[in-house]
Design a protein around this ligand. Structure first.
Ligand code: FAD
Length: 469
């Protein structure tokens, strides 16, 4: 029987879990093409998960196994919406699954937000993970990617190296990642897979204080407790929590929030702030203005409270916090991909159970999964059940005769060849992988990330992996 050809746009966890779900069923023979605009697969598992969390990053080994299956082909370095249009892609496969993530960021919308030194967590994360968008020699602008594509590696290095006091706005796990990377001793980070130039900039840093702002109380954080606790284990770092902030929290709290509150309360009791480096938590505090001449110098805050209906109100002026760097970590945001339905209100692709809704009706053969389907929430594993839901809808539509296998698996190759596009497949990834491992071993660590697209392409083209220094 002719295999049903599915193109998945995005090789992050959601795209690869969708490929896995397609391969694991036996009702329909499938041929799966996973496309990514980057030369390498794995999405935020490579370019988001913190480098000092190697066990979480190692999820890519599982993802790699799926991409290596005979029914699956990886097409790296192909930007859908630029190299091929959605219509062209849809015309060369039997169904498409959008899994292109939500790489942009939400803004604070306060005065001073555009000062030098004020950046999005998405940008800082992309920098320290060695994302080619942020590391120079990008040949063409991103269609989706860290936005605003404001900073490049040089600026990020300069900002980090010249920061003594940083303010991180937001109380989720990404904020914790940023805090750790900013304050953690270089000796710890030198063991990670960070690119050399990132390590050099971090080595130059003189950060003594990182302030974390939460506009609600210590019982309203969205940290996972394990990640929160980890801050308490950092060598030479004290955690300081303002007793005023910590005192009363009127909100009803769930289990995780209660555990987090217990951790924060423990720190509040024992910390004295005498260590050389400090993390300060300021709850019921939000930024109202970033102040500075040219570059941010401080964050003007106000205290907050909630009224009886749970609405957040101002409770008067808060502290002015010194800051050479302000990182907003208030959420990622999906962006529109040309030709794909998009609801700007919710910054997602509209759908029902993974079936894309186009102009008010189900779009035949179009599906969505991952962050661009449900928004930037949940852990990596959440994408698995999400992908299963989407693939179940697709398989149901095939069973119901809504979709038929009409294409050959080579139709996509022909389309790309016609456009002069030369995708990088899994053999290229294996060469890049080997080059990064070899480079890391030479430096006494497991891996050293190649941050520049040109280095990735050079490694992919080299049958004897040994990329230039
Ligand atoms: C900073 C950070 C840290 C995180 N840490 C953890 C953690 O420790 N543990 C955990 O469980 N979860 C973590 N997460 C969450 C986890 O990364 C996400 O749940 C997951 O990556 C979402 O998967 P996705 O496939 O929807 O999107 P992504 O992982 O973003 O993948 C989308 C892919 O689509 C590609 N793409 C985009 N546009 C195009 C295009 N036009 N053409 C072709 N390809 C395109 C992108 O290059 C990317 O590879 C973290 C997230 C962030 C942001």
């Amino acid at each position: 029987m002719r295999p049903f050809v599915v193109a998945i746009i995005g090789s992050g966890p959601s795209g690869i879990y969708a490929a896995e779900a397609l391969c694991q069923q036996s009702d329909v023979a499938v041929s799966v093409a996973v496309l990514d605009r980057l030369p390498v697969p794995f999405g935020l598992v490579r370019y988001g998960v913190a480098p000092d969390h190697p066990s979480i990053r190692s999820i890519r080994n599982t993802l790699e196994r799926t991409l290596s299956r005979p029914e699956v082909r990886f097409y790296g370095d192909v930007t859908v919406g630029r190299d091929v249009t959605i219509d062209e892609l849809r015309g060369s496969v039997d169904a498409v699954i959008y899994a292109y993530g939500a790489a942009s960021d939400r803004r604070l919308d306060i005065p001073g937000e555009d000062l030098d030194g004020s950046i999005a967590a998405a940008e800082l994360v992309a920098w320290y993970c060695g994302h080619p968008d942020v590391h120079p020699d990008l040949e063409s602008p991103a269609i989706t990617g860290p936005e605003p594509a404001g900073i490049d590696a040089e600026q990020a290095s300069r900002l980090v190296a010249s920061t003594r006091s940083a303010v991180v706005v937001g109380v989720g796990n990404v904020a914790l990642d940023v805090v750790r990377i900013l304050i953690r001793p270089t000796a710890d980070l030198a063991r990670t897979d960070m690119a050399e130039e990132v390590l050099t900039a971090l080595d130059d840093r003189a950060v003594t204080d990182v302030h974390v702002l939460g506009r609600r109380g210590p019982a309203n954080t969205s940290f996972t407790t394990k990640e929160l606790r980890e801050l308490g284990d950092l060598d030479g770092v004290d955690i300081v929590i303002d007793p005023f902030d910590h005192a009363i929290d009127p909100a009803t709290i769930g289990k995780v929030a209660a555990r987090n509150l217990a951790v924060l309360s423990g720190w509040a009791e024992r910390s004295d702030g005498t260590a050389a480096r400090r993390i300060h938590f300021h709850f019921w505090t939000r930024p109202v203005r970033l102040a500075g001449e040219g570059r941010v110098a401080s964050v003007i805050t106000e205290r907050t409270m909630i009224d009886s209906t749970g609405r957040l109100l101002s409770a008067g002026p808060g502290p002015e916090l010194p800051a050479d760097l302000v990182v907003r970590s208030v959420g990622y945001r999906g962006t529109a991909l040309p030709g794909v339905p998009y609801d700007p209100e919710i910054a997602r692709v509209p759908h029902a159970e993974g079936r894309v809704i186009r102009d008010g009706s189900f779009a035949t053969g179009e599906y969505v999964t991952g962050w661009i389907k449900r928004g930037p929430t949940g852990v990596i594993g959440t994408n698995k059940s999400d992908a299963v839901e989407t693939v179940t809808s697709l398989l149901t539509d095939i069973a119901d005769g809504e979709l038929v296998a009409d294409h050959d698996r080579d139709d996509l190759d022909r389309l790309l060849a016609d456009r002069g596009i030369h995708p990088l497949g899994m053999p290229a990834w294996r060469l890049i992988d080997a080059a990064e491992i070899e480079r890391g071993h030479r430096q006494g660590r497991d891996r050293a990330t190649l941050a520049h697209r040109s280095d990735l392409l050079a490694a992919a083209a080299d049958p004897d992996p040994d990329p230039p220094d």
